[in-house]
Ligand binder design. Structure first.
Ligand code: ATR
Length: 277
């Protein structure tokens, strides 16, 4: 890290969430600002659900330029904003806020984090996506893939919980217990939490349903490799990781906050150092 170059003219951005201490966003964004010589700085603020309204009011009072928004605020922040961009509105969740002279607009770049890495491998039109999970990350994945013309089938432990998501993207719902049928799909995207925290070392699906025809996209970024990505590699599938998603959503966020494209290589390097794969 080189010297700190923060002045009274610097624009302040914050990543907010609870917990937040392990967020990689400040390291990634600050490395990008510094490489481009942009007068920006990002810090992290732990904001509890009870304090969210005050935090957004504070953002206005302090003229904070932008927010990166993470769990558990991606949906609950919406009523406190002035505008939503159409995609954030369709997804119903916000991971980026931009403050333009006091007008706060909510955006969603999570779907870009899923779609861009996939589209670099192949177009999504007409492909069959097996989406594992039905929570917040699944929402962005379902929106992104169906907007690009893929058909999405949601596999969830609790199928009933996946119905609203299925209605949103016009997809079908199956139980995770029916994972054998995943063999017939083109892309597998894991948005469940299986593979991190207490379930590190576990995979949401049996390894033998993965074939070399599959693209396996794991949205967990910590740990860098999960049982699912290991199984995917062992079975000859192409594998994308939470790392690929995190950098892409972060680059789109960087551009919304600063108005310029982020330096991918620099931001990727700092992320790899932090994740220590
Ligand atoms: P996020 O917003 O990060 O996607 P979430 O909203 O808590 O997280 O969603 C977690 C997802 O992981 C859900 O789809 C959940 O399945 P249920 O709807 O059945 O609860 C899934 N999940 C969590 N633990 C799981 C487990 N042990 N096995 C299978 N699925 C699991």
């Amino acid at each position: 890290m080189s010297s700190l170059n923060v002045t009274a003219r610097s624009s302040l951005c914050l990543v907010i969430g609870d917990p937040i201490a392990h967020s990689l966003s400040p390291a990634m964004h600050n490395a990008g600002y510094e490489a481009l010589g942009l007068p920006f700085v990002m810090a992290a603020a732990r904001v509890s659900p009870e304090q969210l309204a005050d935090a957004v009011r504070g953002m206005r009072a302090l003229a904070i330029r932008g927010l990166a928004v993470t769990m558990p605020h991606k949906v609950s922040i919406i009523p406190f904003l002035d505008r939503l961009d159409p995609v954030a509105k369709a997804i119903g969740a916000v991971n980026t806020v931009v403050n333009d002279n006091g007008t706060l607009t909510g955006h969603n770049t999570d779907w870009i984090g899923i779609v861009n890495p996939l589209m670099r491998i192949a177009p999504l039109k007409g492909v069959r996506v097996a989406l594992l999970g039905a929570g917040g990350a699944a929402l962005a994945a379902a929106y992104g893939c169906s907007a690009q013309g893929a058909s999405v089938t949601i596999f969830n432990r609790t199928p009933e919980k996946a119905r609203p998501l299925a209605a949103l993207c016009g997809g079908e719902v199956r139980s995770l217990a029916e994972a054998a049928s995943i063999r017939d799909f083109d892309i597998i995207i894991n948005t469940t939490s299986v593979g991190m925290g207490e379930s590190a070392g576990e995979s949401p699906i049996p390894a033998d349903v993965i074939t070399q025809r599959h693209i396996v996209f794991e949205t967990i970024y910590h740990p860098f490799s999960t049982q699912l990505t290991k199984d995917g590699e062992a079975r000859g599938a192409r594998v994308l990781r939470g790392f690929d998603m995190f950098i892409e959503q972060g680059l789109a966020q960087f551009e919304l906050h600063t108005g310029v494209k982020g330096p991918r290589e620099v931001m990727q390097r700092i992320l790899i150092q932090s994740l220590n794969p």
